[in-house]
Design a protein around this ligand. Structure first.
Ligand code: PAF
Length: 281
């Protein structure tokens, strides 16, 4: 695997590489990232991973300084996964001057995660557009665990007419259902034992909706209250339309997704569950 930190070098290395597929990451790679790398191989000739902890998407009380940086270990995993090139710029490689031009997603960026992390999606969209311009991939993969992020990036790509296929990768889970995340490393042993409750509650909401429940607000309230009773601090649990993450309407066939973010100790965990169109009743 070639490793580049400088943009001109990377561009030279990418000349005549056929269809390029990019998997952007912030490093501290786990099996979820590696599944994206493996899937990327099916979508092109050259798989490029990037590792960059993007200051622009962290708020003042977020974990930018704490965020685990594990480059050597990440390189070993990427190499073993058959990734062709790694782009791992330093902050001064990617932001040699203060970034004054930004991608401003529409006001829906301020709901769900955006309500609790103001400016987060602006920072994500800005760095991803920059990575797209540097790597010029024909396809890019992002995990569905960050569901709202995937939607923001899909919409950005479509609205700015970028010639890039955006592919969502399924969430990879531990045996007990916990979605793999770099932030799971912040959990104590007791919190790690408690953490799968989040996915279990989402499954319970999914089962209720598939069985015909339409009082989504009650389901959300009950799940949040159960989390709170077990020591979590919940930012949101929300049933939304898959298509645009807006509130569901009365169309019983719409595909839904339930999204959640809650804090357990020092970790802010997010997860979601897609619920198929409700036409089976
Ligand atoms: O999902 C992530 O790891 C980051 O938000 C991304 C897409 C690499 C942008 O920094």
């Amino acid at each position: 695997m070639q490793i580049h930190s400088q943009i001109p070098e990377l561009r030279r290395a990418l000349a005549n590489r056929g269809r390029v597929v990019l998997v952007p990451t912030m490093g501290n790679l786990h099996a979820g990232h590696i599944a994206l790398m493996t899937e990327a191989r099916a979508h092109g000739d050259t798989v490029v991973a990037s590792i960059f902890v993007n200051r622009l998407q962290f708020g003042p009380s977020d974990d930018f300084d704490l965020y685990p940086r594990t480059l050597q270990d990440d390189c070993d995993k990427l190499s073993a996964a058959g990734v062709d090139l790694l782009f791992a710029p330093s902050e001064s490689d990617l932001y040699p001057e203060a970034q004054q031009y930004h991608v401003e997603p529409p006001p829906s960026q301020n709901q769900l995660d955006g309500e609790f992390r103001p400016g987060h999606f602006r920072g994500v969209a800005t760095v991803v557009l920059k990575l797209f311009n540097i790597v010029q991939p024909q396809a890019a993969l992002f995990g569905k665990k960050d569901y709202q992020q995937l939607m923001v990036l899909r919409n950005m790509t479509r609205q700015l007419a970028l010639p890039i296929d955006i592919i969502g990768g399924e969430t990879v889970r531990a045996d007990d259902g916990l979605a793999l995340s770099s932030r799971n490393g912040y959990l104590s042993a007791a919190e790690r034992y408690e953490a799968p409750r989040l996915q279990r509650l989402l499954q319970r909401i999914g089962t209720a909706i598939r069985a015909g429940e339409t009082d989504f607000a009650r389901l959300e309230r009950e799940a949040a209250s159960e989390l709170d009773q077990h020591g979590w601090k919940t930012d949101y649990i929300a049933v939304r339309r898959q298509a645009d993450l807006q509130l569901p309407d009365d169309d019983r066939k719409q595909a839904l997704v339930v999204l959640a973010a809650s804090r357990l100790g020092a970790a802010r965990l997010i997860d979601n569950l897609e619920i198929d169109a409700r036409d089976g009743r």
